[in-house]
Design a protein. Structure first.
Length: 324
């Protein structure tokens, strides 16, 4: 019996479809189909995973003269996944793209109030009131805001779906195959300088973001100029956060693969707690922002909710991280 027939037999014996087996192996259904039709054969890493999943020896899978199933003595409940070098590289590259997309989405969320702020400011400063009522200006601004946020949410959802195939790195125990950890460490070391540079630039941008607005207020600039400075502040902050998110995502992927930093056993528990709190906290912040803004119609001021909320959440995160 050849390998293709053995894969079919063992898959059916376990009652799995090709899709289910593919999911367990983190490959496409087409790959499983090719293996079972003998159009291609799994690489050695997938052979090892098949051996673990089916609970049979590699000799049984690879030797055509062994027709009688030879089971291993390993624990049938062992779900430890082996990660090959190609899989690790693919995860790293996917994380780079994911970080860029999420960074863009966060930037859009922070910048979303800018059109509304500018429209309301121009309406108040214009002698003709832009030729439309204040309510119409607010309606247009809010529509644009919601459209930008909706586009950002679409980016978040589609980006997360593309990374879904790597969920096993969070949900399952895994081990890097021989030599993979060394390569990952080298890649992380080469990325370290870029990560530090982007972090420093982001911090500097955050510190300096309020300077134009402070100068405008101190020099008695007109309301129109102050409004423009508020928009500039949000733009600078959004650029800084984009740097934090994009570089931080890549660093996290290295730490996740090596099970170091925030991804060691203790830190994982703390991160899950932070994620649960964030899942409730940020929707409440959005509700407060929109409710306050609609009630007061003072969109040029209510943006202050975001930096305050970020500082509070940062304090919560620090408190959780400091727990023993």
């Amino acid at each position: 019996m050849i390998l293709a027939d053995k894969i079919i037999a063992m898959r059916k014996k376990n009652g799995w479809s090709q899709e289910e087996l593919a999911e367990k192996l983190n490959v496409s259904r087409q790959s499983v189909s090719k293996w079972e039709s003998a159009a291609s054969i799994p690489d050695i890493n997938k052979i090892l995973e098949l051996s673990k999943i089916f609970g049979v020896t590699t000799d049984y899978l690879l030797k055509d003269d062994l027709d009688e199933t030879v089971y291993t003595d390993s624990d049938e409940n062992d779900s430890r996944v082996s990660v090959s070098l190609s899989e690790a590289n693919e995860y790293i590259e996917s994380s780079r793209a994911y970080g860029r997309r999420i960074g863009t989405g966060v930037l859009m969320c922070i910048m979303s109030p800018v059109p509304l702020i500018l429209l309301c400011g121009l309406h108040e400063e214009s002698a003709s009131g832009l030729g439309i009522s204040a309510g119409a200006v607010a309606g247009i601004g809010v529509t644009v805001l919601l459209a930008i946020v909706a586009a950002a949410v679409a980016i978040f959802i589609t980006s997360s779906m593309k990374m879904k195939r790597f969920e096993y790195l969070d949900k399952k125990d895994f081990e890097l195959l021989y030599g993979v950890a060394g390569v990952v460490r080298e890649k992380r070391a080469s990325f370290e300088r870029k990560y530090i540079a982007q972090t420093v630039i982001g911090v500097i941008l955050c510190i300096l973001s309020a300077v134009p607005l402070i100068v405008a207020g101190a020099t008695g600039a007109s309301d129109a100029v102050c409004i423009l400075m508020v928009a500039l502040l949000l733009a600078v902050v959004s650029a800084a956060v984009n740097l934090f998110v994009s570089s931080g995502t890549v660093k996290s992927c290295f730490d996740r693969l090596l099970s170091e930093g925030e991804y060691d056993a203790v830190e994982k528990v703390k991160n899950k707690k932070i994620e649960k709190i964030g899942g409730v906290y940020w929707p409440i912040v959005v509700a407060i922002y929109l409710g306050w803004s609609f009630y007061t119609n003072n969109w040029g001021f209510t943006w202050i909710v975001w930096p305050v909320a970020a500082l509070v959440f940062g304090g919560i995160t620090s408190a959780i991280k400091g727990e023993k």
